[in-house]
Design a binder for this molecule. Structure first.
Ligand code: ADP
Ligand code: MG
Length: 145
């Protein structure tokens, strides 16, 4: 699926649509250049899942891992600042996965995927101005409308 959005709010709305088609446990890989809108999309997904309001979702670039909940638990991970794979072990990703949560991961493609199962893969690209292209792969066809 490919979407074109023209504002952050439209990207958040796409995130909510994606959330409606996701159930835990699920890994969602979000790729794209800095400022492409990965965290903006995550606001829509996290709020769509009911784990936090969109205003409470911020970039985990410095924290690396943010946890939202209670209720449906969502982890939001940003590996941009992680420089080598051994650091990855210190994040406790296995425990995060074992918790059965939805896991959103920015820059996850920098490292070998360690999560089992088929991830949802989302790629954001700049077009012109505030336009972004959002490509989504791996959502089950069954839930498509
Ligand atoms: P990333 O996490 O990919 O680095 P962010 O979501 O943090 O990106 O930032 C995206 C920036 O681009 C924000 O400043 C946002 O306001 C702006 N922006 C402009 N148009 C859009 C759009 N259509 N979708 C998402 N973000 C947009
Ligand atoms: Mg980000």
């Amino acid at each position: 699926m490919v979407y074109i959005t023209s504002s952050p709010d439209e990207t958040i709305a796409i995130g909510r649509q994606i959330a409606a088609r996701i159930s835990a446990p699920r890994l969602i890989l979000i790729e794209g250049d800095l400022g492409a809108g990965k965290t903006t999309l995550a606001k829509g997904i996290v709020s769509g899942l009911g784990a936090a309001s969109e205003d409470d979702v911020s970039s985990p670039t410095f924290a690396l891992v943010q946890e939202y909940g209670p209720g449906p638990q969502v982890y939001h991970i940003d590996l941009y600042r992680l420089d080598n794979a051994p650091d990855l072990d210190s994040l406790g990703l296995e425990d995060i996965w074992d918790s059965g949560a939805v896991v959103l991961m920015e820059w996850g493609g920098r490292f070998e995927a360690r999560f089992p199962g088929q991830p949802v893969e989302i790629r954001l690209e700049y077009l012109e101005g505030d336009q972004r292209k959002i490509e989504v792969a791996g959502l089950s066809a069954e839930a498509a409308s």
